[in-house]
Design a protein around this ligand. Structure first.
Ligand code: PLP
Length: 400
């Protein structure tokens, strides 16, 4: 008996979740493993946000919320987009969902027809591809190599567009490479898209606050206002406010699209948790000092990792401009022999070797459609990262 739908056949479990689970299992067995797999801030959610959740629960905000989000949270999103992103939206152009992940899923579910093409910039957040596959769309990968700063170049975008292109997915700054786009870069991409009025643009800006070296953030839709009526800006509180467990994300876009996504959401979950929405509204409306504190810590960790990787022969890490990952080029290790006589052929071999020998859980670049690389998360303390770098250096030095 085939129990599961064939729609799931092409979908692999999330590599970072798999790596992280393998690390947790190893830790539970008593093994000494450092989990650098999962993209989750190690900070706790700030207290004023937790207090807002408590107050909402005690005030009886415990009933089904409106499907598209509580008015308070949608107003908080409207205010945030105005204040921080120079974007004007009405409350009926906002949807609040169970994480940015569900915003992405709702958007694809609401719009994709069988065979519609979705352009992805490799290396990309793995879920982009899997959602498209589940929904019968066709993911089309555009390689964005290190020599281009892992950015999508306008000429490569032009070449990838076909009459079946439905969406282009952008991630600013990006997971896993920490690629950052200048205003000119975004304008140039916008200029290409202006000539293709049937293409929708998804700008996933969930890492907007984690930007280094004094960079400031600009939203795609703010740089390209003439494309705003076909852009879905996606964001959430998971990364900026250390709120991964609260599961709140949001999208801002044209009314028709948001209404379609709300229809999808009404069938899936009737909206996001009312208490978590109260907390997320407090996060957006409240003091932003913690966001800056988190970003400064991520920048110091980025510096530490970049300096330490530079000393390891066979590995290269260009300093990421944002987000909290290091996408490490391990092409120098391909073909090397491990002490037990195995040949390293792929980046998955590198991560398997690091887990086995050094107790380091990292995600192979193949999970993001760009090899040979591996991704480490810098969402760990400097002491843990220092230990991790020592272990990686020792393991690599044993290769021949
Ligand atoms: N978009 C990107 C690029 C991510 O890296 C992640 C999480 O890792 C998400 C979206 C999903 O975030 P959320 O926790 O809001 O579902």
């Amino acid at each position: 008996m085939k129990m599961l739908s064939s729609r799931l056949d092409p979908v692999k479990p999330s590599a970072s979740a798999w790596v992280s689970q393998a690390a947790k299992d190893a830790i539970a067995r008593g093994e000494d493993v450092i989990d650098l797999g999962l993209g989750e801030p190690d900070f706790d959610t700030p207290d004023h946000i937790k207090h807002a959740a408590h107050a909402a629960a005690m005030a009886g905000k415990t009933k089904y919320p409106p499907t598209n989000g509580t008015l308070k949270m949608r107003k908080a999103v409207v205010g945030k987009l105005q204040r921080e992103n120079d974007l004007e939206y009405g409350v009926d152009e906002i949807i609040v969902s169970n994480g940015a992940k569900q915003v992405l899923f709702n958007a694809m579910m609401a719009t994709l027809e069988e065979g519609d093409e979705v352009l992805l910039c490799a290396p990309y957040f793995g879920q982009y591809k899997d959602i498209v596959l589940i929904l019968g769309g066709t993911p089309v990968t555009i390689e964005c190599p290190a020599k281009d700063g892992f950015r999508l170049l306008p000429e490569n975008l032009s070449k990838a567009i076909t009459p079946r292109t439905k969406w282009i997915m952008l991630n600013l700054p990006s997971n896993p490479a920490g690629a950052v786009y200048s205003n000119e870069d975004l304008r140039a991409l916008g200029a290409v898209l202006r000539d293709h009025p049937d293409i929708l643009i998804l700008s996933d800006e969930i890492y907007e606050h984690i930007l280094f070296d004094g960079r400031t953030f600009r939203s795609f839709a703010a740089i390209n206002p003439e494309l705003k009526d076909r852009t879905l800006t996606v964001n959430g509180v998971s990364k900026a406010y250390a709120m991964t467990g609260w599961r709140i994300g949001y999208g801002a876009g044209p009314k028709v699209l948001i209404a379609g996504m709300t229809k999808v959401q009404s069938q899936i979950c009737s909206g996001a948790c009312s208490i978590a929405q109260a907390a997320a509204a407090a996060a957006l409306n409240g003091p932003q000092d913690d966001v800056r504190r988190f970003c400064a810590a991520f920048e110091a960790r980025r510096d530490l990792v970049v300096q330490r990787i530079a000393r390891i022969e066979g590995l290269t890490l260009d300093p990421p401009g944002g987000a909290f990952y290091g996408l490490i080029d391990c092409s120098g290790l391909i073909g090397a022999k491990t002490p037990d006589g195995q040949t390293i052929e792929t980046d998955a071999d590198v991560t398997a070797y690091l887990l086995r020998t050094a107790g380091i859980a990292a995600v192979p670049g193949s999970a993001y459609d760009l090899s040979p690389f591996f991704r480490i998360s810098t969402a760990a303390s400097e002491a843990v990262l220092d230990d991790a770098m020592n272990r990686i250096a020792a393991a690599v030095s044993q290769l021949e």
